[in-house]
Design a protein around this ligand. Structure first.
Ligand code: CA
Length: 215
C-alpha cells in the first residue's frame, strides 16, 4: 500500500490486515519502487500524489518493466483526468478520495479474484468453502475457525487452485515485509489446516510445494 498520508495509510493497513491480508506500507515513491522490485504482491493500492516519485510515473515504470500485479489507484475527487491517465498508465481500477474502507476492500477482492482467473466471489474446493468477503471458512456448511496465518495460507492456495505453490512463495504472501520469515512455519500452518479441514484438501508435491485438490 502506497500512501503518504500517514493517518490514512495506518487506517487502511489496519482494515486490510483485519480482512486477512499481509500488508507492506510505503510512504513515498522511492520506497514503493524498492518494495515493488523486491517483493511479489497480489495487489497494489497506489496513491497518485506522492513525494519523491509520483504515482503515475511509478505505475508506468512498473508496467513497462513487466509488473503484472493488479493496481488500484487512489485519485483526487472529481479529477477525471487522473482516472483516465491512471488507467491508461496501467491501473486496473480506481477509487476517488474520500472513500469508504468497504469500497477499497470490495475492489481489492475483485482484483485479486480476477487476477486468479476466478469468476465467483466465493471460493470452493469440494465441500470446502472460503468467502473472502467475510473471511469465513466452512467444510460441508460447518464453520471452521482459523488463525489469520492459517487463513492466508488457505486463501492463497485456493486462489491458485490446481497449481503447485512453493513454500517460499507462500511465505512471501503470508507475511508482511517487516516480519521475520521462516519458511518452516508454512509446514506448521499446513499441518494445522489439514487437522481442521481434513487431510485430503492440501496435497504435498514432493520437493515442490503444495496444491489444492478436490478430495
Ligand atoms: Ca498523497
Amino acid at each position: 500500500m502506497v500512501e503518504d498520508e500517514i493517518r490514512l495509510s495506518r487506517q487502511l493497513a489496519k482494515v486490510l490486515t483485519e480482512a486477512g491480508y499481509a500488508v507492506d506500507r510505503a510512504t513515498d515513491g522511492q520506497q514503493a519502487d524498492f518494495l515493488a522490485n523486491t517483493e511479489q504482491y497480489d495487489a497494489v493500492i497506489l496513491d497518485l500524489g506522492l513525494p519523491k516519485i509520483d504515482g503515475l510515473t511509478l505505475l508506468r515504470q512498473w508496467r513497462s518493466a513487466g509488473m503484472l500485479a493488479p493496481v488500484l489507484i487512489l485519485t483526487a475527487r472529481g479529477s477525471w483526468h487522473e482516472k483516465v491517465q491512471g488507467i491508461d498508465g496501467g491501473a486496473d481500477d480506481y477509487v476517488s478520495k474520500p472513500f469508504r474502507m468497504e469500497e477499497i476492500l470490495a475492489r481489492i477482492r475483485a482484483l485479486i479474484r480476477r487476477t486468479s482467473g476466478l469468476a465467483h466471489p466465493q471460493l470452493r474446493c469440494g465441500a470446502l468453502e472460503l468467502d473472502p468477503r467475510t473471511a469465513r471458512v466452512s467444510v460441508g456448511g460447518a464453520p471452521v475457525k482459523l488463525t489469520s496465518h492459517e487463513f492466508r495460507v488457505l486463501s492463497y492456495l485456493m486462489h491458485h487452485s490446481g497449481q503447485v505453490v512453493s513454500r517460499a512463495e507462500l511465505t512471501e504472501h503470508i507475511y508482511a515485509q517487516d516480519l521475520d520469515r521462516d519458511s518452516n512455519t508454512v509446514e506448521v500452518f499446513v499441518a494445522r489446516l489439514r487437522r481442521k479441514l481434513g487431510a485430503s484438501y492440501i496435497e504435498t508435491v514432493r520437493g515442490l510445494g503444495y496444491r489444492m485438490r478436490e478430495p
